[in-house]
Design a protein around this ligand. Structure first.
Ligand code: F6R
Length: 246
């Protein structure tokens, strides 16, 4: 696991965008695994600015998102479909039929298997962008999720719903379930870039970097098994780490 320490969220966003752009340059038809939430917003902004300035094209790219809330329509402003549209997709030349997110309205076992099959049929994810939850979740794989699972439906923990209530009117509006790529799905990605910013992620980063073997009590610990993980974190997120940083 390579750790890149940056000064702040702005630098984190720039660095993550730079890694994604390097991949697109090298492989214009790459499959990008994307995340939502507060952390990647700046990365999408950087990519949009680059698209406008340098005309980097997404016309051959496919994207697959990590997760979606269960029970909300894609058009709902709180859906991750809407998030991707408003933060990224509407600004770039990525064809509509090359963007994929789990379907929050179809949570059958078949639909979950279909999402994993779809990713495989695209040739697998070349680069998966991840954030991290305060409890160590990646995607919406909450503590206790078996680390081999494919896409599945999860019960969101109270702490995750509370953390995400800032995007909704109130806690009661935050869905109780989500459909997420499993850790097994995530680990199949060829390259993983995890971004983290702010003091509220310091405890999770500290825990993640101290695992030498995966433990399902802390889902992000699964990343120690992967050969190509880059963590980009700002000083606040790394503030509890005692060992030397790159
Ligand atoms: C989002 C996702 C989640 C978030 C995590 C951190 O697609 O899969 O794992 O990355 O909840 O969220 P923020 O960035 O809002 O702190």
């Amino acid at each position: 696991m390579k750790i890149i320490s940056v000064s702040d969220k702005n630098e984190m966003s720039k660095k993550a965008a730079q890694i994604i752009l390097e991949l697109i340059k090298e492989k214009p038809n790459a499959v990008l695994g994307l995340a939502t939430g507060g952390t990647p917003e700046g990365t999408y902004k950087e990519l949009v600015v680059d698209h406008q300035k340098n005309e980097t094209s997404y016309c051959q790219i496919h994207t697959v998102n990590l997760d979606e809330y269960v029970g909300i329509n894609p058009e709902d402003p709180n859906s991750y479909h809407s998030y991707m549209e408003s933060h990224f997709f509407k600004y770039i030349d990525l064809p509509k039929d090359q963007r994929f997110l789990p379907d929050g309205k179809n949570t059958s076992v078949e639909a979950c298997a279909h999402y994993d099959n779809l990713i495989e049929s695209l040739g697998g994810v070349d680069l998966q962008l991840l954030g991290i939850g305060r409890n160590g979740h990646i995607g919406f794989n909450e503590p206790g999720t078996p680390l081999t699972m494919g896409t599945h439906v999860v019960q969101l923990t109270e702490s995750t719903r509370k953390a995400n209530a800032r995007f909704f009117g109130s806690l009661s509006e935050v869905p109780e379930q989500a459909i997420t790529m499993g850790i097994g799905t995530i680990l199949k990605s060829k390259k993983i870039v995890l971004i983290a910013s702010g003091e509220e992620k310091a405890e999770a980063m500290n825990r993640m970097l101290h695992f030498s073997v995966p433990d399902d009590c802390f889902p992000a610990s699964a990343l120690v098994q992967h050969p190509d993980v880059t963590v980009i974190a700002d000083e606040a997120a790394l503030s509890l780490i005692k060992f030397s940083k790159e």
